[in-house]
Ligand binder design. Sequence first.
Ligand SMILES: [Zn+2]
Length: 280
Amino acid sequence: MKKLALLTSPPSHLDRYIGIRDAKQRPTRDVLTNNHAAIAARYQALDNCVGAGQIEHIGASPLQNISDQLRHCYGSQTKRLLGLKKQIKKAQAKEALKFCPYCGTTTNTTHDHYLPATDFPEFAVHALNLVPCCSLCNTIKGDRWIDQAGQRIFINFYLDDIPDALYLHVDLITRPGFDTVGARFRIEEGELELEEWELIRHHYDRLGLIERYDDNANDEIAGMLRDAATHVEAGGPDARRFLARQAAKSCNVFGQNNWRAVLLAALADHAELEAWIDAG
Ligand SMILES: [Zn+2]
């Protein structure tokens, strides 16, 4: 898991919204234009919360009365909106969006409104509120973002610093009678600050990430062992070095807590590696 890059200004987030708004047809455009001062004030309020590192302090939307018009800015795929999505993608480091930032398992096919569009329609096309992600994470997250105590329950990949500590761990397992290698992932608090840990714990828990990693591990490991075998057969460095290098690459692009990076490193270190490759 790694932080995503924010779009830089100019243009400002508000100007980007204005571009999308002005491409709308009447009467939607008129309604939005007539309410511009209130919308601009909300953009400013969000800026202030982000600046203070307290996005959860954004108050309830005062613009529910024009929710349909605000959400229409996202609901219909205008050229301007597609352009914004492209800019978000372009701002990211190479390969950073190869997998969904929320889970790291599948490709990005949609955008999550971190602040749910039902509750915050004014941020429906705010670049900071559009997180590229997979449809499964988007569906599971739905309209949730804080718990009853007002604490956020999902990592915000634009704003939250991902701790520089390894918290995702894995044990590799083989079951008698099965010829595949499986995995049991877990997260551990370790040296993390309590606040960081709570957010990470909720994020993994709510999105069911450990179960998803465990379920995907057999196939993923089989592919990794196959790649290592192919590489060695082609005269490459030994399997351990090959897997360690692959782990470093994944770590570099997706962060040290990326589930594939953790899996590759565990394989590279495992005493049974050569036996597993031979059995493959
Ligand atoms: Zn996902």
